[in-house]
Design a protein around this ligand. Structure first.
Ligand code: 14H
Length: 253
């Protein structure tokens, strides 16, 4: 949950009289469903493996729109000792962000749409040779149960949206992003009593996909170099952070 003091404004749509719906409910639903479809598509055709480190694999497809690099990215990782819910929770929650994010100058929540959907405004660190970027996006966390026996799938989607509290002030450039983190929990040798599951018997299968448009021209080679370095670094640092944070805590299924 988000501490009330960190929220600049609550949604001005009245959720309580609207079945918990808000102005972005339909967009969130559509983008979530797109990601659930897209995550099944494999990477055997047209994707380049740009980084591998143990269980971690980072793929990208080279795509340019009007001369701007918008390479889609797809990463796979398997992390021992944590659940998909834990990975998604730490990724979504505001209060942990600056502990694992190394590419931000600041982050804040400018609106809470419902208990699982908030709008973030972030200032990104300037990366050579580009001008500084900001971003404004809704961020949604969700649990999808597959069947009674399977562990549920957890996911977080970050999707760019305009907001009156976050006008684009030139020369500031805005990133446009559609990012998803999708996690499954695998339990090996499940004990008869679910209460007896230990961290050594669980692992999380993670897929992270990113479509990021830098919002303005950046030299292709420089941008691809930054992406090739920063996505693996993020995955390694973020997942290690969650392992450390949860090590001696009860398992959050
Ligand atoms: O997903 C990551 N971070 C989240 C939480 O901070 C925000 C992210 C996002 C990015 C941009 C717009 C909206 C939302 O989902 C981890 C991101 C790792 C960053 C790797 C660096 C990418 C390099 C591209 C930089 C282009 C700048 C010219």
């Amino acid at each position: 949950t988000v501490p009330v003091s960190t929220i600049v404004s609550k949604s001005n749509d009245d959720n309580s009289e609207n079945n918990g719906k808000h102005r972005l409910t339909d967009d969130v639903e559509r983008i979530v469903q797109e990601h659930l479809q897209y995550v099944r598509e494999d990477v055997s055709n047209g994707w380049d493996l740009i980084h591998q480190d143990g269980e971690m694999k980072v793929y990208r497809r080279e795509v340019e729109e009007n001369g701007i690099v918008v390479d889609p990215l797809k990463c796979f990782h398997t992390i021992k000792g944590v659940t998909g819910h834990e990975i998604c929770r730490y990724f979504w929650e505001f209060q942990y962000r600056m502990e694992w994010e190394t590419t931000l100058d600041s982050t804040k929540i400018i609106e809470a749409l419902d208990p699982d959907t908030v709008i973030f405004f972030q200032l990104h660190k300037r990366v050579w040779p580009a001008a500084q970027r900001d971003s404004c996006f809704w961020s949604h966390i969700r649990c999808i149960s597959n069947s009674d026996e399977d562990q549920p799938t957890w996911l977080v989607v970050n999707y760019t949206t305009p907001h009156p509290l976050a006008p684009i002030k030139s020369p500031q450039v805005r990133l446009v992003a559609n990012v998803a983190l999708i996690c499954e929990t695998i339990i090996s040798e499940p004990p008869l009593n679910p209460k007896d599951i230990k961290r050594e018997n669980i692992q999380c299968k993670l897929t992270y996909v990113a479509f990021v448009n830098p919002g303005g021209w950046v030299p292709s080679a420089a941008l691809r170099g930054v992406a090739k370095r920063e996505y693996p670094r993020f995955l390694k640092r973020f997942t290690s952070y969650v392992v450390e944070q949860t090590r001696n805590k009860p398992i959050l299924f």
